[in-house]
Design a protein around this ligand. Structure first.
Ligand code: ZN
Length: 219
């Protein structure tokens, strides 16, 4: 029997998935966090994720799936590729790891099933999707159906951030009482700097603009 009181969060230790982790803690009795090592340049992000999970009192596991970095070239895993600072017109930024969310969520579903969990949480957002097709709602809904058909289960993929932007994600973190934690202990920066980050990579820009917008509305 699947347990409706437990959930598994696909957790990277970044702003979005950390906010989702605390969203899950609010809505479920027991929360598990699953991180992936996928050959990312900044492997310490998994250690930050572990520390946050520990502070939140959540069971944490990291799975090594770094072979996916060998399948396709992208600037998050390949040090020889200069990272796109802006999204190129008409194509994906080279920070795109093809199939990443498809793969992570599929692995997460198998892992969750093993534990008798059918609720999955992911921090993808169509609003600030940075050109990544696997962050869109249509993909998640389609995958949800596919996972159910693949394993004859009733998975429910929760996407608390799907229709909110970065400023609203900060607002949600604040509402959940973890604004400072998310601000100082998460890693979103593509250059591997924790908290407010390097300030100039696309992830830092998006994060900072969102925070500034949110803090301006608070005053
Ligand atoms: Zn940065």
């Amino acid at each position: 029997m699947m347990n409706k009181e437990e959930t598994l969060v696909v957790f990277s230790g970044g702003q979005d998935s950390t906010t989702c982790l605390f969203w899950a803690i609010k809505h479920f009795k027991k929360v598990y966090a699953l991180s992936f090592l996928y050959g990312q340049k900044h492997q310490k992000e998994v250690e930050y994720a572990r520390a946050i999970a520990q502070e939140a009192g959540v069971e944490f596991e990291a799975k090594d799936v770094s072979f996916i970095a060998e399948l396709g070239r992208n600037s998050l895993t390949d040090i020889s590729i200069q990272m796109d600072e802006e999204q190129p017109v008409g194509s994906f930024p080279n920070t795109f790891v093809p199939g990443r969310n498809l793969f992570f969520l599929s692995v997460a579903a198998v892992y969750a099933r093993e534990k008798g969990i059918n609720h999955l949480v992911t921090g993808v957002s169509q609003t600030d999707f940075s050109g990544y097709p696997d962050c869109r709602d249509g993909f998640i809904k389609s995958l949800n159906v596919t996972l159910n058909l693949a394993m004859d289960e009733q998975f429910v993929i929760h996407t608390p951030l799907m229709w909110i932007d970065k400023a609203q994600t900060w607002a949600l973190a604040d509402e959940l009482g973890v604004l400072q934690l998310v601000r100082t202990k998460t890693l979103t920066c593509y250059n591997g700097e924790m908290g407010d980050g390097c300030g100039h990579c696309p992830a830092c820009k998006l994060r900072r603009e969102g925070l500034e917008t949110y803090l301006a509305t608070k005053k």
